[in-house]
Design a binder for this molecule. Structure first.
Ligand SMILES: Cc1cc2nc3c(=O)[nH]c(=O)nc-3n(C[C@H](O)[C@H](O)[C@H](O)COP(=O)(O)O)c2cc1C
Length: 387
């Protein structure tokens, strides 16, 4: 078992073990990748206040997210194609999350289907949908998610059109991977990955292939997005999806104060302050910069979570201390999954938990629900004085 001390160790292993096409798919942002980079850099700009001689015994990182008990305030974010990072990847990640006691979110663009994940887990998971044109398909997805006992619907609201990631075009990203000289040459260097993939039957978009009609190339994320996604989405339609679902709804991808107010008005149970990990609007501000203004506007009306850029327990603590009620991680767990399968996701969660717990203690706190702005040193004008 390799020694893993931090998320970066998992990323190094992941890069060695998974075909280039899928590593690049994870490790890139849209266009110049400015927002992708700044998501993490801006966490680094916030510093913590060291406190001494306070009782640090009996600490807890337990809390609730949308009323559900969690062992720490970290949910696994929806990530498309997870089953290409490691065979049956969504099942592995969901099982690791269940054992650890944190929520798992299944993407519509997953390889394992809703039913596959439900069959292999006992804790209800969250299901993420994109806003698609086809109401019948949406209705069927909701029915399937209800039948699988999903406890919340996550509606991703920042992807009506797809931000361009150059590497995905160059690599011809698809699931399963298209066999070209370059992709074959690269896959031949990833033997354990390939053998596992050959053993599983789950190599296609499990929620789409066989369920959606009229998709010209179901292996291509780009063509499905262009054909099926609803570019004319508005708040009425979001409210309609909420009604169609009838249960808890989380709106993911809110990055603006005005939008946050609208999200609270439509009655979302939670919002995720997110720029999709820097994969959509390049040039948008980092999520952590937008957290405070959004909390000031709607923090008393709706539960506010944050994702984009979290790579450590220190980052989780910073977001919680600023006032978030939960955080989500994308890449941090995908690195673990690609590196070591289910054990790698568990390791990613363990690393983040230990960092969160120890850092909280060194800041003089014993309960993650009690950390507040007082432990943070935030540069003046951090959220920006933009005109
Ligand atoms: C490889 C990859 C695929 C993703 N696929 C989806 C998706 O299918 N649905 C979705 O709502 N968000 C998707 N996201 C965004 C994540 O849910 C999350 O917002 C983002 O990863 C958070 O940033 P982080 O990776 O820095 O933690 C994806 C992110 C990555 C890295």
């Amino acid at each position: 078992m390799p020694v893993i001390t931090e998320i970066e160790d998992l990323k190094r292993l992941y890069r060695r073990r998974v075909p280039r096409m899928f590593y690049d798919y994870t490790e890139s942002g849209s266009w110049s990748e400015q927002t992708f980079r700044e998501n993490s850099w801006d966490f680094d700009r916030i510093r913590l206040r060291q406190r001494i001689a306070v009782d640090m015994a009996n600490r807890t990182t337990k809390t609730k997210m949308i009323g559900e008990d969690v062992s720490m305030p970290v949910a696994l974010a929806p990530v498309g194609l997870t089953g290409m990072q490691s065979a049956d990847g969504e099942i592995k990640a969901a099982r690791a999350a269940e054992t650890f006691g944190v929520p798992f979110t299944l993407s519509t663009m997953s390889i394992c289907s809703i039913e596959d994940v439900a069959e292999h887990t006992t804790r209800p998971f969250w299901f993420q949908v994109y806003t698609l044109k086809d109401d019948d398909f949406m209705r069927r997805l909701f029915d399937r998610a209800r039948a699988a006992k999903c406890s919340a619907l996550v509606i991703t609201v920042d992807l009506q059109v797809l931000g361009q990631r150059h590497k995905d075009i160059v690599n011809g990203l698809s699931a399963p991977p298209k066999l070209t000289t370059t992709s074959i040459a690269n896959m031949m260097t990833k033997v354990p990955w390939g053998l596992e993939m050959l053993r599983t039957k789950r190599r296609f978009f499990g929620n789409i292939v066989g369920h959606a009609k009229g998709v010209s190339d179901p292996s291509s994320l780009a063509s499905w997005t262009a054909e099926a996604f609803d570019p004319s989405l508005d708040w009425n339609r979001i409210a309609k999806f909420k009604e169609m679902w009838g249960g808890k709804v989380i709106l993911k991808g809110v990055l603006d104060v005005e939008d946050a107010k609208k999200a609270a008005e439509v009655g979302a149970d939670a919002i995720v302050v997110s720029n999709h990990g820097g994969r959509q609007l390049d040039g948008a501000l980092s999520s952590i910069r937008m957290l405070e203004p959004i909390l000031q506007a709607v923090g008393d009306k709706v539960e506010v979570h944050l994702d984009s850029g979290i790579r450590s327990g220190q980052d989780v603590l910073k977001a919680m201390a600023m006032g978030a009620r939960g955080t989500w991680i994308g890449r941090a767990y995908v690195y673990g999954l690609g590196a070591m399968g289910e054990a790698g996701v568990t390791r990613a969660l363990e690393v983040i938990h230990k960092e969160l717990d120890t850092t909280m203690a060194l800041c003089g706190h014993r309960d993650v629900e009690e950390v507040d702005r007082d432990i943070l040193l935030v540069p003046k004008g951090f959220s920006g004085d933009w005109a």
